[in-house]
Structure formats: C-alpha cells, structure tokens
Design a binder for this molecule. Structure first.
Ligand code: GDP
Ligand code: MN
Length: 349
C-alpha cells in the first residue's frame, strides 16, 4: 500500500494486491451478530475462532443484536471472549413483526404451502423476520451508527486460517464495499418473484444502477432471468454506507412493499447480493480466497498449499466448496477476468 492512493476503484487487478501493514490505527468497524439467547453456546466457539485467528490482534468491537433482551449470562460470557468492546442492542418491536401492509392470511398460506413443499424454513415466521431485518434494518440500529464497516458472524462458523492483516483497512485501501467467502445458488422456491420485482425496480430507478456493475454474475442472459447466484451472507465484510445509500434504501423499500419477505421467503443473501451486483462497481466486490471459513454444511479451504501453510490453516482442501460446480465463485472469477488460485481445477467437480 506504499503506492499512496494510486490505486483507484476499478484500476487494479486482484493479483496486484499487497496486504496492508499494521499501523496501530483502527478503522471505524465492528463485528455484528444477530442472535437469540439460546444461541450462546453455539456462538462461543465461533467468536473464539474469530478472536484467535484475527481479532485479538486488532481488538475490534462486537455488536450483538436480539429481538429480546440479552440475558446477563449471554452478556457476561460473550464479553469475556471478545478482545474489543461489546455492545448489546434490542431490536425495536416494530422492526420484528409483520409490517402493516402485509396480509397475514396470505402470508400464512405461503407458509403452509412451503411446509408441504419441504422448503427449508418455509413455515417459519421468525426466520422471515430475521431475513427482513438482516436485509434492510440491522445497519439502522443506533449501535451501528458509530461504524463505517462491519463483519457479520453467526453461530457455528469457524475461521480455518490466520488473518494477519486488518481486513477493514484492506477494504478501505482497495476501495472494496462488499466482500464474501462463499457464493452459491438459491432455492428457486424461496424467491419466485424476486427478480421480476427487481426488474421493475430497475425500470423505475435506472439512476441507481452502477455503470460498471456485475449483472453478468447474477444473470446469464443479460438480465432477463436471475441465475440464482448469490453471496452467502452468514459471512459478510462490508461497508455500512452501501446499505445506507439512497440506492439501497429505495431498493429495500421496493422489495418490502412487494411483500416477498412474507409472501415468499426472500433471504437477505440474494437481496444483498443482487444489490451489490447492481449498485456497485464490479471492482468493489471482493472474494477473500485465502480466508478459510466454515458455515454448516460448507467449507472454504484454500486450495493452494502455500496459502494454507503460511496461514496455519487447519482444514482439509478436499472439503473445499469454493471451486465446485454448485458454487458460483468460478463464475465470479471468470466474469471479472481474475486469475484463479493455483490448483483450483483439482478441486472442481
Ligand atoms: P441459517 O444460517 O440460514 O441456517 O440461519 P441461522 O439459524 O444461522 O440464522 C441466521 C442468524 O440469525 C444467526 O446469527 C442466528 O443466530 C440469527 N437468528 C435466527 N433466528 C433468530 C431469531 O428468531 N431471533 C434472533 N434474535 N436471532 C435469530
Ligand atoms: Mn447460520
């Protein structure tokens, strides 16, 4: 990063990245975890892993959000685990319920149908509140106002490799706004009208589309249909300004009015991914290829042995999902003209 601002958005290749040196100066960044009190003991190993692999070196804060008050126990135990400051927020009731315009009977019909169809979380009300909250509301919580960047962490995740540099400084220095580990295809049954609703939005608000967007990652026919590719949002390192933008507020409101969080089961992952792909310059989206990561049932394990040894990764490259055919990450590299890591093809299939 000695080049002192010479790197402009869209003007560099990923191969040219030099990771930032630690200067002792922190970014305005925080971890954020939405959780129930009952998630405490599946969350602890996740926090411990993030602390051991990264955060004990940087001591970023950690914001916990819940639709109920966190218990004393939850707060005591998590605070003991986090090297930075911990903050505990209650989600306002009106953000964790059906919005007034939603027809609850129609929503109940969907849940019954999805239950019959065996769609995962298809009959769950809280899961829908969660998806809507993660899509359009978490970044508006007063506790998030202090920050420019966040890293989302969920229960049961694990980091497999040491991260020796400040990922938030990396995001800032390289003009990144959204970063992911996994990409995958969505269950079509959960988002039947999401793309049509998005197309209507694009027609109504062409001013929000980035010139050099990444439509070719999410559509194989120039926007006619959605190819179901999305970044898996249980891991996100991103700019809060992306979601605070006029483009995203307008988009979220549009989707919310259409009602698909309840009449279907729109996930925050496809919603965030479509928004990132349409509203950002493609160079602002980043894949953390050397970050070993696990969220059940998938593993990202760097396939290049040099990377694994240099970062003390404790994962089996045979389990890597990143370059498999049902991942979308190969497409991400292809549409952006990026070089895939050494040996990736040995793990495709
Ligand atoms: P999955 O990864 O899609 O299977 O969903 P998870 O069960 O991991 O839920 C996603 C995130 O939302 C996790 O951080 C959960 O702890 C959190 N979460 C899910 N449901 C609720 C809920 O009803 N209340 C709260 N407070 N958090 C929830
Ligand atoms: Mn999860």
């Amino acid at each position: 990063l000695s080049s002192g601002g010479a790197i402009k958005s869209g003007k560099y290749k990923v191969d040219e990245i030099k990771y930032p040196k630690y200067t002792g100066k922190k970014e305005k960044a925080t971890f954020v975890t939405l959780a129930r009190n009952s998630d405490l003991y599946s969350l602890l190993p996740a926090i411990k892993s993030v602390e051991d692999r990264f955060n004990h070196k940087f001591q970023y804060d950690w914001v916990f959000l819940n639709d109920e008050e966190f218990t004393e126990e939850f707060q005591r135990v998590t605070t003991s685990m986090v090297s930075g400051k911990t903050k505990y927020g209650l989600i306002p009731k009106e953000q964790w319920t059906f919005p007034p315009h939603i027809d609850k009977e129609k929503a109940a019909e969907t849940r019954n149908q999805m239950k019959e169809d065996g769609i995962i979380y298809g009959d769950s009300i809280p899961y829908r509140f969660m998806c809507r909250y993660e899509s359009g509301l978490f970044y508006r919580h007063p506790l998030m106002e202090d920050y420019d960047w966040y890293w989302r962490v969920e229960p049961d995740i694990k980091l497999y490799c040491d991260i020796d540099y400040d990922v938030f400084k990396f995001m800032k220095d390289y003009y990144k706004k959204y970063a992911f580990t996994f990409s995958i295809k969505e269950y079509v049954g959960t988002i039947k009208t999401l793309w049509d609703t998005t197309k209507e939005f694009m027609t109504a608000h062409p001013e929000h589309l980035a010139k050099n967007n990444m439509l070719d990652f999410i559509s194989d026919d120039d926007g006619d249909t959605y190819n179901l590719c999305h970044f898996w949002s249980n891991f996100e390192i991103a700019s809060l300004d992306l979601w605070r933008s006029k483009a995203y507020s307008d988009y979220f409101d549009w989707l919310d009015q259409a009602g698909g969080f309840f009449y279907e089961r729109w996930g925050d992952a496809p919603v965030h991914s479509i928004a990132a792909a349409l509203f950002l310059d493609r160079s602002e989206i980043h894949h953390f290829d050397s970050m070993g990561y696990y969220h059940p049932p998938f593993h990202q394990c760097p396939v290049d042995e040099d990377v694994r040894l240099n970062h003390k990764c404790d994962c089996n490259p045979k389990d890597d999902f990143t370059w498999k055919s049902y991942s979308c990450t190969t497409k991400f590299y292809t549409v952006n003209g990026m070089t895939k890591p050494k040996g990736w093809h040995l793990h495709a299939g």
